[in-house]
Design a protein around this ligand. Structure first.
Ligand code: SAH
Ligand code: SF4
Ligand code: F3S
Length: 474
């Protein structure tokens, strides 16, 4: 098989030297230094932040929960919708007074938002107390940027890498001891017309199967029970590393090999593009021991015309066939989706197409979004942008229909006993514990702290729209 594009060994040696250098500086200062990492956006960013945290720990920082305690703040940003960017910019704005109080505080901004030139300029001119910026494909440069910031005494704007690479060997400081994120590929080649991701994350690069498999094996050995494989379109895994004879070790092959690892754990994955969710992949899940019976398959719209203009390269017929095949092979599968309302030119009839598909597919869960124009994407330039009022009215109607469906879909689980991985105390309800079923549904129950991180058998006593309620059997 072809060689994957890794950051060179000599670069990685330099990387470790920079880590040592920062650690030495931190030790020489005679006091414990703290790092605070703030993450916006998708699981990919959460996974990246765990690597940033890993580098910070290697550099001698302790992680802290309050920005006011930090000597280094890293804001890992998202650009998917305007709201995500606004929130990040407002947080960065709030750090101005921290810097004024503690001039030695270093503030770094990284991730998707600052991979856009206009946002880099925003930071440069409107947030002059930000010390340095780096894009999502330059994560491994953090130690180098800290050293250069200190030595050169000037603000730094890490240029985007001209070749998007994969850096192996950066240890992750994981938030959980039983749930883990494992990136299997980076970037996206799909260029859906509304989406900024291909512009900020670069082209698809797959990690080597052996690196992924050994990471998962180590996680299972360390007691991890719920492992999610990440990529913007996991179904194109391996296609960028086609062998000379054109052979591809694809995502289904990877899943089948991971499934061979012995242990009590679930494998999940995000996200699948419907245009290449293959029968082979579904067959592998059906015959696997560890792959959760759960599938997130973003449909985006139920109108063929809109799907075409979104450049999604499937139609509702093909989507429906995939869903039917999944349900035939894996009858208890949970299916969820992403929907965008108010894409430019979406007519009432197009929107009806989406509502109609929700009724036909009957998703367990839907994440719906109001279309947000992204600078530099084709859809932002399309005429017939939809009025905000119509967008939010359609959003509400979609939500109302889906809530009904989610409620109905959950009812058959009542009185059933299901296996749940306990996440710990629930955030909202005092004394109530929260967990996830194999289908990734939230289950609330009366538990105790010993349950956290364990699989439990729970009898479902009540099923609601957004959560199930259960009782412990043992
Ligand atoms: N790679 C994944 C999703 C990435 S973004 C996939 O292709 O499915 C997550 C979701 O955000 C998308 O599925 C889409 O529904 C939504 N999204 C992306 N760009 C958007 C935009 N400009 N406005 C509103 N929602 C958007
Ligand atoms: Fe964006 Fe489409 Fe790529 Fe998903 S597949 S990240 S929606 S361009
Ligand atoms: Fe946001 Fe970047 Fe993820 S734009 S959704 S953080 S890939």
């Amino acid at each position: 098989m072809k060689q994957y594009k890794l950051v060179s060994e000599s670069e990685m040696i330099k990387h470790s030297e920079y880590i040592k250098k920062v650690r030495a500086m931190n030790t020489a200062s005679g006091e414990q230094k703290y790092a605070y990492i703030q993450t916006f956006g998708c699981q990919q960013n959460v996974a990246d932040s765990e690597k940033i945290a890993g580098m910070c720990v290697s550099m001698g920082y302790k992680l802290c929960n309050e920005p006011a305690d930090a000597d280094l703040i890293v804001v890992n940003t998202c650009a998917i919708r305007e709201h995500a960017e606004k929130r990040a910019l407002s947080i960065i704005g709030q750090y101005k007074h921290l810097k004024a109080k503690k001039p030695s505080l270093m503030i770094a901004v990284c991730g998707c938002m600052v991979a856009q030139e206009h946002r880099r300029n925003d930071i440069k001119f409107r947030y002059p107390y930000v010390d340095f910026i780096f894009g999502a494909s330059s994560l491994f440069r953090l130690p180098q940027l800290i050293v250069e910031r200190i030595e050169k005494k000037k603000r730094l704007y890490c240029p985007e890498e001209n070749e998007y690479l994969v850096a192996e060997g950066i240890p992750a400081e994981r938030e959980s001891t039983f749930k883990a994120w494992v990136s299997v590929m980076y970037g996206c080649n799909n260029f859906c017309t509304y989406c900024i991701v291909p512009y900020v994350r670069g082209r698809e690069r797959s990690r080597r199967p052996e690196d992924i498999i050994s990471e998962v094996r180590e996680l299972v050995k360390a007691g991890y029970k719920d492992i999610t494989l990440l990529g913007q379109n996991v179904n194109s895994y391996g296609k960028d590393a086609k062998g000379d004879g054109g052979e591809v070790y694809d995502f289904a092959d990877l899943l089948a090999d991971i499934d061979k690892i012995e242990g009590d754990y679930y494998i999940r994955f995000m996200t699948s593009h419907p245009k290449d969710a293959s029968k082979k992949l579904i067959d592998v899940i059906a015959s696997s021991r560890h792959i959760a019976h759960q599938f997130h398959l973003p449909m985006q719209s139920g109108s063929d015309e809109i799907l075409k203009r979104m450049n999604r390269r499937y139609d509702t017929k093909k989507y429906m066939e995939t869903v039917e095949y999944m349900r035939e092979k894996i009858p208890d599968i949970t299916i969820s989706s992403d929907i965008i309302v108010g894409f430019p030119g979406e007519t009432e009839e197009d929107f009806h197409g989406t509502l109609d598909m929700l009724s036909r597919v009957r998703f367990d869960m839907v994440y719906s979004f109001i279309y947000s124009p992204r600078k530099g994407t084709p859809a932002a330039e399309m005429e017939e942008q939809i009025d905000d009022k119509i967008k939010s009215e359609r959003f509400d109607r979609l939500l109302a229909l889906q809530n009904e469906i989610s409620y109905e879909k959950n009812q058959p689980l009542k009185d059933k006993v299901i296996k749940v991985l306990c996440d710990g105390r629930s955030k909202n309800n005092d004394g109530v514990f929260s967990g996830r079923s194999e289908g990734n549904k939230i289950v609330l129950f009366e538990g105790n702290d010993f349950d956290t991180g364990k699989f439990l058998d729970l009898k479902i006593t009540r099923a609601d729209t957004f959560a199930l309620y259960g009782e412990k059997l043992k």
